[in-house]
Write a protein that binds this ligand. Structure first.
Ligand SMILES: Nc1ncnc2c1ncn2[C@@H]1O[C@H](COP(=O)(O)OP(=O)(O)O)[C@@H](O)[C@H]1O
Ligand SMILES: Nc1ccn([C@@H]2O[C@H](COP(=O)(O)OP(=O)(O)O)[C@@H](O)[C@H]2O)c(=O)n1
Length: 226
């Protein structure tokens, strides 16, 4: 590809593999936009909880899926997320939202709405974008110039996550994470999966700096037409 073409990078993988940290840093280094699609699914889940929608009732979720207006700010130095104009960056990270997000994001009407939003954000990124999630390479942006699939052992992922959540032990973090991965991987509509043409990077034994360097190098190789 020519270097003037906006570059589209898809980064997928399970929880705690380093998608957000890597994507933000790569986008910042290369002057690209950044989209956290997990934050969008968390935001719609937050809205469902806040509006008394039963998150175990797919029909109720489907009926409400078109209601909230979700807006993502794509500056990698300070990404933002609002629902109906309210900043929800904090509330979408609670354990309640984390425990309900897989059920909400499995509903086809939710996925259709959020996928459309993601495609329009990617299409309007003038210099290109790094989009991270679960189904970006397979479904949202199947023509992405570069697809990365990050993995890491459940132990490493749980240790990273419980390092962020004070007072939560590694064992329960590991169990919750495995449960969420299983739900995300087994749903019918665009499950968590590696695209056939994605480059798999196992981050278990790598530092974050090494993962970032690896992805930056892959983007630069693509831009150079290698
Ligand atoms: N390669 C790595 N080695 C050690 N810690 C890491 C690595 N990659 C990410 N982390 C840390 O793990 C935590 C989860 O990373 P994050 O980027 O949020 O993962 P994801 O978006 O895949 O859930 C963060 O605290 C981050 O700093
Ligand atoms: N492209 C995506 C991104 C997230 N999700 C859902 O949103 C949840 C939260 O994603 P996230 O990226 O914020 O999760 P963490 O890995 O940061 O904990 C996932 O567990 C999925 O259920 C999805 O279905 N599709």
């Amino acid at each position: 590809m020519e270097s003037a073409t906006p570059v589209i990078v898809a980064i997928d993988g399970p929880s705690g593999t380093g998608k957000s940290s890597t994507s933000k840093a790569v986008a910042a280094q290369l002057g690209l936009s950044y989209l956290d699609t997990g934050a969008q699914y968390r935001a719609i889940t937050w809205w469902m909880v806040n509006n008394g929608i039963d998150t175990d009732d797919p029909t109720a979720i489907a009926a409400a899926a078109g209601k909230p207006e979700i807006v993502s700010g794509t500056d990698p130095q300070g990404p933002t997320i609002t629902v109906d104009g309210v900043d929800v960056a904090g509330p979408i990270r609670t354990q309640e939202v984390t425990s309900k997000v897989s059920a909400v994001s499995a509903v086809p009407e939710v996925r259709a709405r959020i996928t459309e939003l993601q495609r329009s954000i990617a299409a309007s990124a003038a210099h290109g974008i790094v989009v991270e999630g679960r189904d970006i390479g397979t479904t949202v942006l199947p023509d992405a110039h570069l697809k990365i699939f990050l993995t890491a052992s459940p132990e490493a992922r749980a240790a990273r996550r419980s390092g962020e959540l004070k007072g939560v032990d590694v064992h329960s973090t590991r169990e919750a994470l495995i449960k969420r991965d299983a739900a995300d991987s087994s749903r019918k509509t665009s499950p968590l999966a590696k695209a056939d043409d994605a480059v798999e990077v196992d981050t278990t034994e790598l530092t974050l700096a090494q993962v970032i360097e690896c992805v930056v190098t892959l983007v630069e190789e693509k831009r150079a037409g290698k």
